[in-house]
Design a protein around this ligand. Structure first.
Ligand code: ZN
Ligand code: ZN
Length: 311
């Protein structure tokens, strides 16, 4: 007689099960981003900015191993489990002052690159170094605003560097997080680890994730699965359309939703193995202009490029 399998047994025997999350690999996340930014910078109208952000990613990689992690308190993990909440939720997190050391290290790195940064960038970096020494409270406030996506009246020139330091801090935590501590169900549309918004999504190739679409966290670099042809903002499946630049890169599209009138980019790794969500999003701003003209709003921004929301 055939025995009926318990739910857990069915899952454990199903080897084709799609991995729900992919926590960041600290050995490669910022290395891959730096390489991709440099590749995209070739012949690009935004070459200067992409190269600057490549230096930022180099520094992020160097600093990632220096973050001293304190274990997440057990009661916090239990609370997150009980309420289905992201355990390392960025908004309201008591950051250790060491994220400011990461920021200082990143700025120091940028002042040593050759050839030196353009004057305007150099001034921003010097100003931020001064702030680390004399006004850490002001930087904590800016960090709070960025993490909460309050983009009105922020210093848009300083924001990418501050955000880059926060990315190092959260990516270090996420890379050491144990996946089995995640709640079984997480809120829709935000990172299951830190509750930040995704920068874009990627359809992966190879292994258990082949042909599956993953949303990519703008802060902690975790990726999480979302069924394709679904609005990543409002979960609608009825009014989804895909747009791309005529004669542009085949692996870069915008997934729009007519229900909530937003879009996010979707990248297809089968068209380009080296595609990297943060870098390729910056490298395809022409698609954002096209989508804006078509009447769609970006569902969320790029962590390395900020515009004043008051504009
Ligand atoms: Zn995250
Ligand atoms: Zn929608």
């Amino acid at each position: 007689m055939q025995r009926i399998l318990e739910r857990g047994e069915i899952e454990s025997t199903d080897h084709t099960r799609i991995p729900r999350v992919q926590l960041p690999d600290s050995s490669s996340v910022f290395v891959d981003r730096a390489a991709r930014l440099r590749q995209l910078a070739n012949d690009h109208t935004l070459a200067g900015y992409l190269n600057l952000m490549a230096h930022v990613a180099d520094a992020q990689h160097k600093l990632l191993g220096t973050v001293h992690l304190t274990p997440v308190p057990t009661d916090r993990l239990e609370r997150a489990q009980a309420h289905g909440m992201p355990p390392l939720q960025a908004v309201g997190w008591q950051r250790g002052a060491e994220w400011l050391e990461v920021l200082d290290g990143l700025l120091k790195h940028l002042l040593q690159v050759q050839p030196p940064l353009p004057d305007a960038a150099q001034q921003v970096v010097l100003g931020l170094r001064q702030a680390v020494a004399t006004n850490p409270a002001g930087l904590e406030e800016l960090a709070d605003d960025l993490l909460a996506e309050r983009d009105q009246n922020i210093d848009t020139a300083a924001a990418p560097f501050v955000m880059a330091a926060l990315q190092v801090y959260w990516t270090a935590m996420a890379a050491h997080f144990e996946e089995n501590h995640l709640p079984v169900v997480s809120p829709f549309g935000v990172c299951p680890v830190c509750a930040s918004l995704p920068v874009a999504s990627v359809v992966r190739v190879g292994g258990a994730r082949d042909s599956c679409r993953y949303l990519c966290c703008s802060l902690c670099s975790t990726e999480w699965h979302l069924v394709r042809v679904t609005c990543s903002h409002c979960e609608d499946t009825e009014s989804i359309a895909y747009h791309r630049i005529e004669d542009g890169h085949e692996g870069i599209k915008a997934e729009s939703c007519d229900k909530c009138k937003t879009y996010r980019k979707i990248f297809y790794q089968e068209k380009d193995l080296h595609i990297e969500p943060v870098a390729d999003d910056l490298g395809s701003l022409a698609l954002d202009i096209l989508m804006g003209d078509a009447g769609y709003m970006r569902a969320s921004g790029n962590p390395l490029l900020w515009q004043d929301g008051a504009d």
